[in-house]
Design a protein around this ligand. Structure first.
Ligand code: MG
Length: 416
């Protein structure tokens, strides 16, 4: 390792979608606002203002449930183009602080700020400057977590919300993490949480007290990663990885059937983008890159076509997947014909990146990562804008986390 201690920033925009909506309609400020669709629709909440959250509204909750909890809320469909534009502006601000920026979603990024002191000053001063520049350039607030690992930085930004900074100086990681619920460790999902609880491990401190070898016995390689995470290290898989996964899936794909057949290009493209994002995310979660991308298109009359494209460089990036799929779509769709189902599939996996850790990664890929952020908004943005069927987003999440047998490469991931 070139540095004894790294300085990582995790920058997370505060209530991003809602804040962007407020820029265009200041009358929304200070009100309970719910983005994702209208109160009677079947979709889910993609974002809620802090005022709405006070009523228990949270993202991924059905809109109708949100309407019951917070009847006075203002429901807005949302504006993906605006979010993308603001995200790009935010990315440019971040890039002026570090050449190593990894956008991990539309509104959050990791920055490697190691050895930038001469340029930006010590971490807290740099964070202060970043806050100010972000506000000046985007008119948006963000929260900044700082630590020696991505894990610490990520947890810190969550604790710093809204519009705050939290810095855990190197050496204090375990103390900081100890009182937190194990679920607060990024990468610990529902399944891991349940297993940890069954062992009497509820707090990160409990986990840290556990013997590494006992954890390995219980969880295999994931246990080793957990032990490291409890100390605040970027140990093992960053993304949620559960044990007991089946190896060797041949493809990763997602499909969507419309409630009502559609020939609306914007809607069809939005769905393809969302599906590309879902596929991309699963590729990254499994450290896979696909050589073949396939579009599936079913018309109203059930005629179905599949068209595949092989890429020169295996990819795991939403943006790239979407671009190929979009091209396939426009080359093959009978313009104006109503579509019943769309699917995106990735296959012919190449070697995953040897390093999941972007810090070990070199320049080119960071920019690719940054570009992919544009698509990832679909994940948060949800159904209001792209008219996915009820619970599709939730369904995807459940499948990802609760049916790990369908996912390849799990053990490979935990070795990272
Ligand atoms: Mg955010």
């Amino acid at each position: 390792m070139p540095h004894l201690s790294r300085t990582i920033f995790h920058v997370d925009m505060d209530a991003f979608f809602v804040s962007v909506e407020e820029l265009f309609d200041p009358s929304l400020k200070g009100k309970p606002v719910i983005v994702g669709g209208q109160r009677h629709e079947r979709g889910v909440v993609s974002a809620a203002s802090y005022e709405a959250r006070k009523f228990g509204v949270h993202s991924a909750m059905p809109l109708r449930t949100a309407a019951k909890l917070c009847p006075q809320a203002i429901f807005v469909d949302g504006h993906p183009d605006r979010y993308r534009e603001c995200s790009e502006r935010a990315r440019r601000v971040l890039s002026s602080f570090s050449p190593q920026v990894e956008m991990v979603s539309i509104d959050e990024a990791y920055l490697d700020m190691t050895a930038t002191e001469r340029l930006h000053g010590p971490p807290l001063l740099a964070a202060h400057k970043l806050h100010e520049k972000m506000k000046a350039e985007t008119d948006l607030n963000c929260s900044i977590g700082i630590g020696a690992s991505r894990l610490i930085a990520k947890v810190c930004s969550g604790k710093a919300k809204p519009n705050g900074v939290l810095y855990i100086v190197p050496g204090r990681e375990a103390k900081f993490l100890a009182p937190l619920d194990v679920r607060e460790i990024p990468g610990v999902g529902k399944v891991s949480e349940q297993k940890l609880h069954a062992l009497g491990i509820r707090k990160v401190g409990d986990l840290a007290k556990y013997d590494d070898s006992d954890l390995e016995q219980q969880f295999g390689k994931w246990g080793v990663a957990l032990a490291g995470k409890a100390r605040g290290e970027d140990a093992g898989a960053w993304f949620e990885g559960e044990i007991g996964a089946d190896e060797g899936a041949k493809s990763i794909g997602h499909e969507h059937t419309y409630d009502q057949d559609t020939a609306n290009v914007a809607q069809l493209e939005a769905t393809l983008m969302r599906l590309s994002e879902m596929v991309g995310r699963r590729l990254r979660e499994n450290q896979l890159r696909a050589r073949t991308l396939q579009l599936k298109l079913r018309y109203k009359d059930f005629t179905t076509i599949t068209r595949a494209h092989s890429v020169d460089l295996p990819t795991q990036l939403d943006n790239e997947i979407f671009q190929h799929i979009q091209r396939l779509f426009h080359a093959n769709w009978r313009r104006g014909a109503e579509v019943r189902l769309l699917g995106v599939q990735a296959s012919h996996f190449g070697q995953g990146s040897p390093q999941l850790d972007f810090l070990e990664d070199q320049a080119g890929e960071k920019w690719e990562h940054a570009l992919s952020a544009a698509d990832r908004l679909r994940d948060k943005f949800g159904e209001g804008a792209i008219t996915l069927g009820t619970g599709m987003k939730g369904g995807f999440r459940e499948r990802t986390h609760e049916n790990p047998a369908a996912l390849p490469g799990k053990s490979k991931r935990s070795e990272a």
